[in-house]
Design a protein around this ligand. Structure first.
Ligand code: HEC
Length: 108
């Protein structure tokens, strides 16, 4: 019985490992795509590699995990000096931007 349980445990672990690795690859791909979109549309104002350039913009690394609705709203509709990005950046790109920003956030 013990042997069967052990075999079962090994089978479960062996099956889970590639899945976890795949999920991680997908995350990495999303973060990378987000970094590219950021460099194209956002870095001129928000700074290279998310490093904020001054007090008039907003340090995107300050965004917290529960601020995604705020992020999507500001990016889609614009805010004060920032133009709206609706129609320029697709919802999929916004999702990738969020992954990129979260991966570099001060507070994970
Ligand atoms: C033309 C310059 C400019 C560009 C380009 C720009 N932003 Fe901004 N962004 C700003 C400024 C200025 C603010 C601060 C607005 C304010 O006064 O609250 C800001 C604020 C923000 C905020 C915070 C808004 C809030 O809720 O307080 C987010 C999120 C943001 N930008 C995301 C982006 C993303 C993503 C991109 C690229 C698609 C981008 N920005 C491109 C100038 C820019």
């Amino acid at each position: 019985m013990l042997r069967i349980s052990l075999l079962l445990a090994v089978a479960v672990i062996a099956g889970a490992a590639p899945r976890a690795a795949l999920a991680q690859d997908q995350d990495q791909a999303k973060i990378k795509a987000g970094a590219e979109t950021y460099a194209t549309y956002c870095s001129t104002c928000h700074g290279d590699d998310l490093v904020n350039t001054g007090p008039t913009t907003f340090d995107l690394r300050k965004l917290k995990a529960d601020e995604r609705p705020r992020f999507e709203n500001s990016v889609t509709n614009g805010k004060k000096q920032m133009p709206p990005w609706k129609g320029v950046v697709s919802p999929e790109q916004i999702d990738q931007l969020w992954s990129y920003i979260r991966a570099n956030a001060y507070e994970k």
